[in-house]
Structures are given as C-alpha cells and as structure tokens.
Ligand binder design. Structure first.
Ligand code: HEC
Ligand code: HEC
Length: 298
C-alpha cells in the first residue's frame, strides 16, 4: 500500500467535495451563458421601445375624445340584450340593492304580473334603488331601447312579452294619434290615461336627435320642427285638455306665470303633460318649441 502519488491535488475529503461541486457547477454556468448568448438578439434594454410608433401615439393621444354623432343618420337601436349587458346587468345580474335578479322567476313573477307598460314606465322613471333609465341619459338610450331591455329581462325571467314595437318615425304617426286620441280624451280618467299612452307611444323617439342637430342653425326652426314632430300630437287638437295651439284663451292664464315656470312645466311635465312631451329632445329644443307655441298666441 503506497501513499497517494505525490503532488495529487486532492488530499482531504473537503477538497474532494469541493472538486465534485465544481465539476457540476462549471458546466452548468457555461451552458447558461451559452443559452443567454444564443437568444440575446431578441433582448432590448428597458425603455428602448419608447420611441416606437405605438408607444408615441399612446403618449400623445388626447385626454378626452369627442364622439361626433350624425344627427341625421338613421338611428340604430340597440337590442334589449345589448342594453341589458351594458347597463342593467350592473344590478340585475347579481340582484344588487334588491334588484329583481335576471332569470330568477320568483323575483320577477310579481313584477311581470303588473304588465309590460307598468314595468317599462317604472324603468323609465325609477323606483326605490332603481335609478330612472338605469342611470342612463335619454340621449344614450331611447325609451324604446329601455323597453327592449325590460322585455329582454322579463322574458328571460319567466315573462312572455312581445318585442316592443319600434317607434314610428315622422310627424305622420304623431298627427295620427292626435286624430285618434280626442275620442278617449272626452271620457273619464282611465280613457284619458289611455289616450295619453297612445299619444306618447306614437311620439317618435328618433325625431329628437334629428331636431337637436338643427338647434344651432336656428332655434325657432328647431322649435317649430319639434312642435310638429312631438308636441302637436296633443297641442294641435287640445288632447287631454292641452292648451290648443293658437288658442289665446287657453294660453292666457298659463302665460301669467313667468316663462321659466312655463318652460319647467314643458321640461318636467304637469298633469297629463308628459316631461318634454314624452320625447328625448334637448332642453333647448323643448324651450324653443314652447317659444314657438307661445309666439302663436301673442
Ligand atoms: C343601480 C342599480 C340598477 C340598475 C343599473 C338598473 N336597475 Fe332596475 N332595479 C333596480 C332595483 C333595486 C329594483 C327594485 C326596485 C324596487 O322594487 O323597489 C329594480 C327594478 C326594476 C324593474 C321592476 C320594476 C317594478 O315595477 O317592479 C324593472 C322593469 C327594471 N328594474 C328595469 C331595469 C332596466 C331596463 C335597466 C337598464 C336600462 C335597469 N333596471 C337598471 C336596480 C337597478
Ligand atoms: C301627451 C300629450 C302632450 C304632448 C305630446 C305635449 N303636451 Fe304640452 N301639455 C299637455 C297637457 C295635457 C297640458 C296641460 C297640463 C295642465 O295644465 O295640467 C300641457 C301643457 C303644456 C304647457 C303649458 C304649461 C303651463 O304653463 O301650464 C306647455 C308650455 C307645453 N305643454 C309644452 C309642450 C311642448 C313644448 C311639447 C312638445 C315638446 C308638448 N307640450 C307636448 C299635453 C301634451
């Protein structure tokens, strides 16, 4: 038994362990470095793409953007499902704040029993924690679109309401209602309400944005246009005792009020007079329509 050859580098168990570890570690380090070297072509330092087109456009894009809508373009109505998903689902999907839950027939049965028109009008005017129109503005969702959302929700929750009819466009429908309504107007309260519903249902919702477009051009033109599209449904013939167009006696007592009060009645409703005549016109156009009606009795 001779001793380990003289000069052998490993003399103690500690050196042996160190040699074994180095034997594994060195190749691993080399492999890692090679791997890094091979794919370093795709690496760039942080921030080096900050002058790329996409990055620059993102940085200099305007903070606010104006969404220009063509007032004369035919209005494209959203489906009930679209309105529901965009607006109503915020509360009705989960039943937040005590909202009747989507597809929960037990929640909906007693409400559906009230009939479609009641539900629709509740959706428009609000009830308890339910904000009017689900918190949207009439410029974004017309009454018709809200009606579709109501039908969509109710029909997915045990109801079977027909799809709401699209509002007729143009003054023809409105004057048709004016002709038809007085028959009901002469009757008692229930018939009056029915006539009001008939008149309101035929108020063309699509007309309002179109009228808004003309507002900057000429306020009195816009007032006349809105009168013809909406207000004359009741005011031409005096439906539901609306003060008749051009009837000085009917208007005189009302015009004793300051004009702001008269405007407010037109904007927010009074008795059988629905807010804005049931339309979605802008405040300015409604005031212009009042001016147009008032100028006819001066
Ligand atoms: C901020 C929450 C919220 C949003 C958004 C919302 N709702 Fe509601 N909704 C409620 C609550 C709460 C009730 C229950 C009100 C009650 O019975 O007091 C309710 C009730 C209703 C009812 C039943 C009314 C009745 O007569 O019993 C209808 C219909 C309705 N909502 C339609 C809609 C439509 C359509 C939308 C979307 C355009 C909408 N809701 C968006 C909270 C909401
Ligand atoms: C559904 C029928 C109906 C429609 C549509 C309608 N009105 Fe009326 N309006 C009435 C009735 C009814 C009254 C009388 C209300 C009362 O005195 O109780 C009235 C009253 C008014 C008054 C007088 C308020 C006062 O000072 O006493 C103004 C102003 C008016 N309407 C403006 C308008 C304008 C503007 C429009 C169209 C944007 C319009 N109305 C559409 C039914 C209607």
């Amino acid at each position: 038994m001779s001793e380990a050859p003289h000069g052998a580098p490993i003399k103690t168990p500690g050196q042996l362990i160190a040699a074994i570890i180095a034997g594994f570690a060195v190749p691993i380090v080399i492999i890692v470095l090679l791997a890094v070297y091979v794919d370093n072509s795709t690496r760039t330092g942080a921030g080096t793409d900050s002058l790329s087109e996409a990055e620059v456009t993102a940085r200099i894009k305007p903070l606010a953007q104006v969404d220009i809508r063509d007032a004369n373009a035919p209005r494209v109505y959203k489906s009930g499902e679209e309105v529901y998903k965009a607006v109503c689902s915020a509360c009705h999907a989960s039943g937040a704040a005590g909202a009747p839950k989507f597809t929960n027939t037990a929640d909906w049965a007693p409400r559906i029993a009230q009939g479609f028109d009641t539900l629709w009008h509740t959706a428009l005017s609000g009830k308890g924690a339910m904000p009017p129109r689900g918190g949207t503005s009439p410029d974004d969702y017309s009454d018709f679109e809200i009606a579709r959302a109501v039908a969509y929700m109710a029909n997915n929750s045990g109801g079977s309401f027909p799809e709401p009819a699209q509002p007729a466009a143009g003054a023809a429908a409105a004057s048709g209602a004016a002709a038809a309504a007085p028959a009901g107007a002469s009757d008692a309260g229930a018939a009056q309400a029915a006539a009001a519903m008939a008149a309101m249902a035929s108020v063309p919702q699509a007309a309002a944005p179109a009228a808004a477009g003309t507002q900057s051009a000429d306020a009195s033109q816009a007032g006349k246009a809105l009168y013809q599209q909406v207000c004359q449904a009741c005011h031409a013939a005096g439906v539901l005792n609306a003060p008749k167009f051009g009837d000085k006696d009917a208007w005189a007592p009302r015009l004793k009020d300051p004009m702001d009060t008269v405007y407010n009645y037109a904007l927010h409703g009074k008795g059988a007079m629905p807010p804005k005549g049931g339309s979605t016109a802008s405040d300015a156009d409604v005031k212009a329509a009042v001016d147009y009606m008032v100028s006819a009795v001066k």
